[in-house]
Design a binder for this molecule. Structure first.
Ligand SMILES: Nc1ncnc2c1ncn2[C@@H]1O[C@H](COP(=O)(O)OP(=O)(O)OP(=O)(O)O)[C@@H](O)[C@H]1O
Ligand SMILES: [Mg+2]
Length: 494
């Protein structure tokens, strides 16, 4: 006997091209599921897979607001009617399970929204209520929304509120057509949102590979260098740094001026946004990023490492649609500290490459500039050095706001003040982690208490960091060459 046979269908009602079912979940007889579905809705294995992925989060709810991104190259080609079927298993199994175990007195709402056209359209939705409770008198506690968003239109997780209103209005208006006496107070137009799972169906991120063919004896070995689009933009970097970067690096490069820099080195302690800054530069230049990692070209065979690197760089010589990124370049030990013959050859090859007049922009990042070969940072090779230190109060505020927005968490000014105060000498990465931790503790909301709790999980040695900041300042003052500096003073940090 299939699960469908075991449910009791009370009503099947048609409404335009929709059908309304009232079902009893097989295992949870105390609940009633009212499902609105287009008649042509058909199961597809992907719709079941999506439902299963979302179910996993309802099965063990840890955080209040989850954003789940599922990427596939197929979403665009599958009819929404097929994907909309995912609402069925979620409403019949997952939501009743969640309610019975975690929120027995509340109700749940689930919907499938297609956002591949100009406007978001709801294909199917379902509401799970306790038997005997009146429809539309209570805000749902669990809200699962599956959005097919091939053009990435949902940029802000706070859009969930808008989606909720849309689904809520659609569901209730449709239901009214068959339950004549439903009245919905306006206060129910925002979710109680104890637990929201936003499932976004996105196209697979296109990572292109640059194929590098290296002839070897009678064979050809192919290396693959991933090329990706930057995820951060110049708006994400500290404003003090942004101005200088625009003037010294970005604008001259856009104008293809002959005085434009040809390489940028970004120096700073772990987690202060070096990789973010590198991506932001690429994004401002509208270029993609080819990252060269030692794992891609280093070989255990004698002489092969050099050969692989030479061929890689040769392939990257005339690509003007990319930026070459050497992230955490500490693997390239300078000749003054290196004893390994292969590593010395690597540097020599790289120095020669950096000298090439036609090559694309090269960006390097490092924690330990003293380990780099001095010849790298020479005008004509890497012309501009950016030093980044621990963020000041203003930047910490920007980062906290940005992170909260990314996770769909609301924070008011007074909470923001607290965050700025308690994250003295934090790195950008630690601020991000603090926000996530506090949100987990507060089940999706950040409060003074959850912040205080989260803060205790971090061990930040202020004296140590102050001295790193001093060293960075010293590095900046003694640096020979073009320098862009973001090293806030102690008073700006504290
Ligand atoms: N401007 C920013 N706004 C919001 N979050 C940021 C910002 N900069 C950095 N972060 C957060 O900090 C994390 C670490 O940043 P990033 O990877 O750029 O650091 P890094 O300096 O390259 O560190 P490492 O030396 O360890 O490679 C990011 O993943 C992001 O979560
Ligand atoms: Mg990094």
């Amino acid at each position: 006997m299939s699960a469908v046979d075991r449910c009791v269908t009370i009503v099947s009602h048609t409404f335009g091209h929709l059908r309304i079912y009232s079902l009893t979940p097989p295992k949870y007889q105390r609940y009633r599921v009212i499902l609105i579905e287009p008649y042509e809705s058909i199961p597809h294995y992907l719709s079941l897979k999506i439902a299963f992925r979302a179910f996993k989060y309802l099965y063990k709810p840890l955080e209040a607001n989850i954003e789940l991104r599922i990427r596939s190259s197929r979403f665009k080609n599958i009819a929404p009617l097929k994907l909309a079927y995912s609402v069925y298993p979620l409403s019949l199994f997952a939501l009743p399970f969640f309610l019975a175990n975690y929120e027995p007195n509340w109700q749940g709402l689930v919907a499938y929204i297609d956002y591949s056209g100009d406007e978001a359209s709801i294909y199917s939705s379902a509401i799970v209520v306790r038997r005997g409770s009146r429809l539309g008198t209570q805000k749902p506690t669990a809200f699962v929304v599956i959005v097919n968003d091939p053009w990435n239109k949902l940029t802000d997780k706070r859009d969930v509120d808008t989606l909720f209103k849309l689904v809520w209005r659609f569901t209730i208006t449709t239901l009214k057509s068959y339950l004549k006496n439903v009245m919905i107070p306006d206060s129910l137009q925002t979710p109680r949102r104890k637990f929201t799972v936003l499932v976004r169906l996105l196209p697979k991120r296109e990572t292109e590979y640059l194929e590098i063919r290296v002839p070897e004896a009678h064979d050809v070995i192919t290396l693959k260098i991933p090329v990706k689009s930057p995820e951060w933009s110049v708006d994400d970097i500290p404003s003090k740094l942004r101005e200088d970067l625009l003037t010294i690096v970005i604008r001259p490069l856009i104008q293809k001026a002959n005085y434009a820099p040809r390489g940028v080195l970004i120096v700073g302690p772990p987690g202060v946004g070096k990789t973010v800054t590198a991506e932001a530069i690429a994004s401002a230049l509208n270029l993609r990023i080819a990252e060269i990692r030692p794992s891609l070209y280093r070989s255990m065979w004698y002489g092969m490492t050099e050969k692989f690197l030479e061929y890689t760089l040769k392939t990257l010589k005339r690509r003007h649609d990319i930026v070459v990124l050497l992230d955490d370049v500490d693997f390239l030990l300078g000749r003054h500290v290196s004893v390994h013959e292969t590593h010395i050859s690597e540097i020599t090859i790289l120095l020669r490459y950096l000298q090439e007049p036609q090559r694309p922009l090269v960006i390097m990042t490092t924690n330990a500039p003293e380990l780099l070969d001095a010849a790298i940072i020479r005008p004509g090779r890497i012309d501009v050095t950016v030093v980044m230190g621990y963020p000041d109060k203003e930047m910490r505020r920007v980062i906290a706001l940005k992170c909260a927005k990314r996770y769909g968490i609301e924070i008011d000014d007074s909470l923001l003040d607290t965050i700025v105060k308690i994250t003295r000498w934090f790195t950008n990465a630690e601020i991000d982690a603090l926000i996530r931790l506090a949100a987990s503790k507060g089940e999706g909301k950040i409060t003074e208490e959850s912040l205080a709790w989260a803060r205790q999980k971090f061990n930040v040695n202020e004296r140590w960091r102050k001295s790193i900041q001093d060293q960075l300042r010293w590095f900046g003052e003694n640096f020979q060459g073009i320098l862009i500096k973001y090293v806030p003073k102690d008073t700006e940090v504290e």
